[in-house]
Design a protein around this ligand. Sequence first.
Ligand SMILES: Cc1cc2nc3c(=O)[nH]c(=O)nc-3n(C[C@H](O)[C@H](O)[C@H](O)COP(=O)(O)O)c2cc1C
Length: 205
Amino acid sequence: MSESPYRLAVIVGSVRDGRFGPVVANWFCRQAGQRADLVVDLVDLAHVPAALGGAPGTVTPTAASGAASGAAYSAAEVPFAERIAAADAVVVVTPEYNHSYPGPLKAAIDSVGAQWHAKPVGFVSYGGISGGLRAVEPLRVVFAELHTVTIRETVSFTGAHACFDAAGEPVDAGPVNRAATAMLDQLGWWAEALRTARTARPYGG
Ligand SMILES: Cc1cc2nc3c(=O)[nH]c(=O)nc-3n(C[C@H](O)[C@H](O)[C@H](O)COP(=O)(O)O)c2cc1C
């Protein structure tokens, strides 16, 4: 492990009212937060204007942070592109909608360009019978176009709502915790390898 932890952006890919996504994302962030090799930046697309049809460069003030009146931003107010630029790795937490991923997630992905390049992307998916895997596979094609490396291991929740208790903890934690560890182990390898490579030589994408 290198001396400085890598920066992991965890993207909450659903924005609709009543969404389940934060339950899944918060669990994953707790898992990731136990590791010494990374620091987490939770990026909720519900606060990203590009995901909601706004201009990519603008920011959405949050209830927690108040109006964006000064130079000091809370994390939620830093433009999406800057947060992807600062990341060494990304995990997308995505539901499955009609055998694919949410439209706002695609809008957010498309609002950013070179900030994605030469970085690893992992997936946590959830949905009905397929566990969201029909959202993940088309996302791999999208992220290939953006010069990323997608991680083979995934975490998926079949019948997601029944997988968590009222406190937001997995009902059967063992398998999903192991899946998260396997994915984060691979992600960490790529994050450090590609950070070293980007530092040594700018990526020529
Ligand atoms: C518009 C819509 C389409 C959906 N299509 C699928 C689907 O094709 N396959 C599936 O397994 N689940 C499907 N679901 C179930 C969702 O994956 C599940 O409800 C999930 O919790 C949605 O994530 P969210 O609550 O964070 O928005 C769909 C849900 C919605 C709202």
